[in-house]
Design a protein around this ligand. Structure first.
Ligand SMILES: [Zn+2]
Ligand SMILES: [Zn+2]
Length: 148
């Protein structure tokens, strides 16, 4: 093999390497863009989740009732009916769903009910809540599927 031939081969290899180097730079910049994109997606996901909480917190029991489908309400009502009747301090305790006290609990629908997590809500408030969600609004424990 002649020296000039060898030199030609080396030149070819060098220009190949330069081309590969350019490709690598392009790929690195694409990777940086993807990492930025991923961060934005994560951030957007977190924002959507916190927005969900805000929306849920701002819905009134009437909204839930209105937005719920009837079979869910019937289902949730029978679950709540089976829950323990709670002992409450009628003057001090409030239902965290409607923020009202338990003074009026002589009527069946405002009976204080206690799911297995130990929080206490009006029966009707809890049934309405559980027609939309499976978990306790305060501690997020799953309470609709638990056989009580
Ligand atoms: Zn209530
Ligand atoms: Zn709870």
């Amino acid at each position: 093999m002649s020296l000039s031939h060898l030199s030609e081969i080396l030149d070819n290899i060098l220009s190949e390497l330069e081309a590969i180097d350019r490709e690598l730079r392009t790929l690195r910049s694409i990777r940086r863009q993807m990492e930025t994109l991923q961060r934005n997606i994560d951030r957007a996901g977190a924002e959507i989740e916190s927005l969900d909480d805000v929306l849920l917190a701002h819905e009134t029991p009437e909204d839930w009732l209105h937005n719920s489908n009837n079979s869910n309400i019937v289902d949730a009502t029978s679950v709540v009916e089976k829950m323990t009747n709670a002992m409450v301090n009628a003057d001090a305790d409030v239902c965290s769903i409607c923020s009202e006290g338990f003074q009026g609990c002589s009527s069946g629908t405002t009976t204080p009910k206690q799911p297995p997590c130990g929080h206490v809500y009006h029966q009707v408030c809890l049934a309405t809540w559980l027609s939309r969600s499976e978990s306790c609004p305060l501690c997020r424990r799953i309470i609709r599927t638990i056989d009580v």
